[in-house]
Ligand binder design. Structure first.
Ligand code: SAM
Ligand code: SF4
Length: 505
């Protein structure tokens, strides 16, 4: 058991850093009753007049505007399968307009499975003695990077921390700095080395002061999932005696992050805890609030679905399990509602389902994932899942190479670009270019160069061949679409072919 943590817990929540964001009546921005009313008001969308309204809403999505809550509620109430078909097609078009055919991959890296909370659905909850609770040492972190960056070829990570004094802000800063500093050899390319270039963080809500320190460590995106926006349900899942039991401390953590200067934030809801339609509305309200107050919407939206976990009976008892059909609808409506945001689909879902959901507008997926503590080093690239060492069981454990090949065969280019936050293309300054589609075109140049780099360093011959088909098509298109920078682009591309690394616009 890790040390007693009660005095640390007592000092975590700063009420002043919640109250300052409430409205004049002391309310937060999630109006539960209003949302319930919006979802109930349009029971069924089938008639011709209703369809015209749905098509007007779709047209608004296609102009890359955030929908209003009543518009999203209307989409959620559509019953006609043909209208859902139209909505799915529009969702794919929204993604294409904003992000083109790029897709980004990352790996989750669990640095701490120690947690003081007791979320009923989570294998890492403090009362679950069937699971190992621990933190990685800095040497163990470096060993994980050797596999993730050196052997698999990842450039981006989401590092994950349980909420515990052993993995508080000092540990987070130390581990992030260690990851950025660690250069590792590429074992099968003698003389070449590589590194992780972007570290995103998934961790509990923090104070503004801690978030300022986290920002200085150079994180990419700061992710926190609200789990469910429905207050009564939230209460039943997170004991009020725990830190996570404070709904508003969590709800306002992105406000604090943005105030602390972290301008790249990711929101999410864990589907399966409450009515999925309510939580889609919650994500939209959250996005609208951030944009209204800070001029910056969430960079990403995540929608993990509840998965089985060791010794966690709640999961099979939940009344709100979301089936594949409804999950598809949820993703479609999120894509049409929060049009500028990236959408992250994780390896909780199986490979076949992931393939079928990507055309709805997914922009990021993980690959070769392993969520046990120290598991990459242990697995050495082989598939390994030990239920007693991890939070839940994954559905897709394919290698990065397999995933990249599948994307190439589907016509997508896997971007290993990490330029955005390294040259300030984040936050408010990126919102307009996302809306106009400029970001998609600009990032394509970096996507092609970094994909070339990855194919040369890490791909199997089969994946390399599939990837080169995509690259050749892209180069042909870039010549026409961006003639002014094409020569510079080709210079970067050829230098990469000749062995230079980490070139970006
Ligand atoms: N401890 C931090 C927190 O709760 O914010 C961050 C890490 S937590 C390990 C990351 C996310 O995993 C949670 O926000 C939750 O949405 C998700 N999660 C927890 N239990 C899960 C389960 N059984 N199946 C799928 N996802 C789960
Ligand atoms: Fe801890 Fe996060 Fe799991 Fe809750 S979801 S028990 S806070 S690791």
């Amino acid at each position: 058991m890790l040390n007693d943590s009660s005095s640390w817990i007592g000092e975590r929540i700063h009420p002043g850093q919640i109250e300052k964001y409430l409205d004049a009546n002391g309310d937060d921005f999630i109006p539960d009753g209003v949302i319930a009313g919006q979802l109930a008001s349009e029971e069924c969308i089938n008639a011709a007049g209703d369809k015209a309204r749905v098509r007007d809403i779709i047209a608004k999505s296609l102009s890359i505007k955030t929908l209003a809550p009543d518009e999203t509620a209307t989409l959620l109430n559509v019953r006609d399968p043909e209208m859902w078909q139209e909505m799915e097609e529009a969702a794919g078009k929204v993604k294409k307009a904003v992000y083109d055919n790029r897709i980004v991959t990352f790996a989750p890296l669990y640095l701490s499975t120690a947690c003081v909370n007791n979320c009923r659905y989570c294998g890492l909850r403090t009362d679950n003695q069937s699971v190992t609770h621990g933190v990685l040492s800095l040497d163990e972190v470096k060993s994980e990077i050797e596999v993730l960056a050196g052997k698999i070829g990842h450039k981006r990570l989401v590092v994950v921390y349980g909420e515990h004094p052993k993995s508080g802000i000092d540990y987070m800063v130390e581990t992030i700095e260690t990851i950025y500093k660690t250069r590792v050899p590429i074992p099968h390319r003698p003389g070449r080395d590589t590194a992780i270039r972007r570290v995103n963080v998934n961790a509990a809500p923090m104070t503004i002061e801690e978030l300022t320190a986290l920002g200085k460590a150079g994180l990419g995106t700061y992710q926190v999932f609200q789990e469910t926006y429905h207050k009564e349900t939230y209460k039943t899942l997170h004991p009020h005696t725990t830190l996570k039991g404070n709904y508003r401390w969590r709800l306002y953590c992105m406000h604090r992050a943005l105030e602390a200067g972290i301008d790249d934030v990711g929101i999410g809801a864990l589907f399966g805890l409450y009515d999925w339609r309510f939580d889609v509305m919650g994500l939209l309200y959250h996005s609208i609030e951030l944009e209204k107050r800070f001029g910056i919407g969430p960079h990403t939206v995540s929608f993990p679905r509840l998965e089985p976990a060791e010794n966690t009976p709640f999961i099979s008892q939940s009344k709100y399990i979301v089936d594949d059909k409804d999950f598809r609808k949820a993703l479609t409506v999120i894509r049409l509602s929060i049009t500028h945001a990236g959408m992250i689909l994780t390896a909780r879902e199986n490979a076949a389902l992931r393939k079928s959901l990507i055309p709805l507008g997914i922009t990021q997926t993980d690959a070769s994932s392993n969520i046990g503590l120290g598991a990459y080093n242990k697995a050495k690239g082989r598939e390994i899942q030990e239920s007693t060492r991890q939070q839940f069981i994954l559905g897709d454990t394919r290698s990065l190479d397999d995933v990249v090949r599948e994307y190439a065969q589907m016509g997508y280019i896997t971007s290993f670009c990490t330029a955005g936050y390294r040259c300030g293309r984040t936050g408010e300054c990126i919102m307009d270019s996302l809306r106009t589609g400029a970001e998609g075109k600009f990032c394509k140049l970096n996507a092609v160069v970094t994909f070339r780099e990855w194919l040369d360093d890490f791909a199997t011959p089969e994946t390399k061949a599939a990837g080169e088909t995509v690259i050749n098509k892209e180069i042909g298109e870039l010549q026409e679409k961006v003639p002014k920078v094409f020569d510079t682009f080709m210079d970067y591309y050829n230098r990469t072919v000749n062995g230079e690394r980490d070139l970006y616009f």
